[in-house]
Design a protein around this ligand. Structure first.
Ligand SMILES: [Zn+2]
Length: 77
């Protein structure tokens, strides 16, 4: 029997609790099974694994974001 395969649900293991969860557009927390698991995983990732040597790239970096016009000193000589 050949399955059309259009409505097959893809199941993945939740990275946080290893439960089978639906990996589908209806699951907004995919690949996690719930918001809770997503937060758990993100928290662990941020506190344990996400170690950076320098400062994180901030989109609102003052050095980059604000175009400070360089005061050009006119030489009146
Ligand atoms: Zn989970």
């Amino acid at each position: 029997m050949a399955v059309a395969g259009s409505s097959r649900t893809l199941l993945v293991d939740c990275p946080a609790c290893a439960r089978k969860t639906e990996y589908s557009p209806t699951n907004r927390w995919r690949p996690f099974c719930s918001e809770r698991c997503k937060r758990i995983d993100l928290g662990a990732w941020a506190s344990e694994q996400y170690r950076i040597a320098g400062a994180p790239l901030d989109p609102t970096d003052p050095a980059e974001a604000s175009p400070e016009p360089h005061p050009s000193s006119k030489s009146m000589h």
